[in-house]
Design a protein around this ligand. Structure first.
Ligand code: ADP
Length: 454
């Protein structure tokens, strides 16, 4: 791919002056890139080995609050440092920023140099390693949906987030005319991300005013999560450069459709699709059936990793294509899991539950863990559902609120075995803090409803 640099190529580029800045970053719990901007010379001479950051970066909320209750990071522990270890295989150009390259870092314990188990990239790597031991590689693709707004983030914030106006005036699903009017934002997004080494497939208008979808070609699970994270960052930055806001909030208005991040998944063995068996029904191999059975059975346990905020749950509304049931079906968009590419070597399962706010490292790690459990226990797959799944009273619901998803996470024996107790406790605290913050705050809705009439 263009834009991917070896360390030697980076050194050359710094020497000839075409690169002067290197961003060293890692994904935090929310999937945001955190890190530092290095002068190119400093990076290639010394900081490429390691740099440091405060360990609170894996224990804050979206607003950088530092709540108590995390064993790994606290006032009592003095909020020490982590090592940020650059993964030199991830160096790439960021063509939308002049003279700038980026490297993703792994997070290590400052004293022992051991990897930090609750770091999202590490959590995904651990599940990939478990899968590898079983002889398989995971290929994944995450779809990114988001809304473009007329104004910029800063203008919108100064306006108190009131009167939000999407960039378009009508539902632009697959609409070429409307998306032509957005090419000043979307074309640089596609081209700059491609130039950063992301295998961009396409963008399209989505089924709401101002809603966009960006598709990136499937890749091995770690690369897919890296691509998603860099793409989300790039989309926000490029939209900002064009004077607009790009929001990945899953539900910005209760009357509007929400934004998802569907995750396509397949396992491969020796470069061959292991979900494909031309002799079986729909060409689904036994392996695929077991993987999907685990994925579906444990969906309530890992819903938090697909829907991490209060707002995430506002998306799960009937008749909006956002699924609420843990069943699967063949090419039916009302079920939580959809079989795609049946009958072909591209056979895969798409999880449709996740919102555009998911952290791809955590979502993929949790789903791989569930699939692995299905494979290890040879779990049988129930038959597919048909028709409007929203109306299927027998189908299992996913947790409908953050509060409910927090409890299924806390009590998940399977996730505790896959991730370890400390990791599950860490993310349970992340979830309870989000709920506590929401419970504390008086919302606009309450004021408007009750100010006069209560
Ligand atoms: P749709 O019509 O739903 O957009 P696409 O054919 O465009 O479906 O595929 C959606 C996503 O699935 C793309 O990002 C694509 O790269 C990915 N994909 C295709 N084949 C596989 C596979 N075998 N495993 C995982 N993801 C895949």
């Amino acid at each position: 791919m263009p834009g991917i640099l070896t360390f030697d190529a980076l050194k050359e580029a710094v020497k000839d002056g075409s690169i002067d800045t290197v961003l060293a970053c890692f994904p935090d719990m929310q999937g945001r890139l955190m890190g530092k901007r290095f002068h190119g010379v400093n990076f290639v001479e010394s900081s490429f080995k390691e740099t440091h950051c405060c360990n609170y970066l894996l224990a804050t909320d979206l607003e950088m609050a530092t709540p108590g209750g995390y064993a790994a990071s606290s006032w009592a522990g003095g909020y020490g440092d982590y090592i940020m270890a650059p993964d030199l295989s991830s160096i790439r150009l960021l063509p939308w920023l002049e003279g700038t390259a980026m490297v993703l870092c792994d997070i290590l314990d400052h004293h022992t140099h051991a990897s930090v188990p609750h770091a999202p990239r590490e959590m995904l790597k651990s599940q990939i390693a478990r899968l590898k031991k079983l002889g398989f590689d995971a290929m994944m693709a995450t779809e990114l949906e988001f809304f473009l707004f007329e104004k910029s983030f800063d203008e919108i914030r100064k306006g108190g987030f009131a009167n939000l106006t999407p960039i378009s005036g009508y539902n632009e699903d697959y609409a070429i005319l409307q998306t032509t009017k957005e090419e000043h934002v979307m074309r640089p997004i596609r081209n700059h991300l491609f130039g950063a080494g992301l295998p961009i497939e396409n963008s399209k208008g989505e089924a709401e005013t101002g809603q966009e979808e960006l598709n990136i070609r499937y890749a091995d699970a770690l690369a897919c999560a890296d691509h998603h994270t860099i793409a989300k960052q790039g989309v926000k930055e490029i939209a900002w450069q064009q004077g607009h806001a790009a929001s990945f909030l899953p539900k910005w208005h209760h009357d509007k459709v929400g934004s998802s991040s569907h995750v396509h998944q397949s396992l491969w063995k020796g470069g061959q699709p292991a979900f494909y068996d031309k002799k079986s029904d729909l060409c689904m191999s036994k392996l695929m059936q077991n993987y999907m059975a685990g994925l579906i059975h444990y969906a309530p346990d890992y819903t938090f990793f697909l829907a991490p905020y209060i707002n995430s749950y506002k998306r799960f509304a009937k008749g909006t294509f956002a699924p609420t049931k843990t069943v699967w079906s063949v090419d039916n968009r009302t079920a939580g899991f959809r079989l795609c590419g049946d009958g072909t070597k591209g056979i895969r399962v798409e999880c449709r539950i996740g919102g555009s706010d998911l952290n791809p490292y955590l979502a993929q790690a949790a789903m791989l863990a569930a699939g692995i459990k299905g494979i290890e226990e040879k779990m049988p797959l129930a038959p597919p559902t048909t028709g409007d799944v929203y109306e299927d009273a027998m189908a299992q619901d996913i947790p409908q609120t953050l509060r409910a998803a927090t409890e299924t996470l806390r009590n998940s024996i399977f996730l505790r075995a896959a991730f370890g107790d400390a990791v599950v406790d860490h993310y349970t605290r992340c979830a309870t803090w989000e709920q506590e913050e929401f419970d504390r705050v008086v919302t606009d809705w309450e004021i408007a409803r009750g100010f006069e009439r209560a």
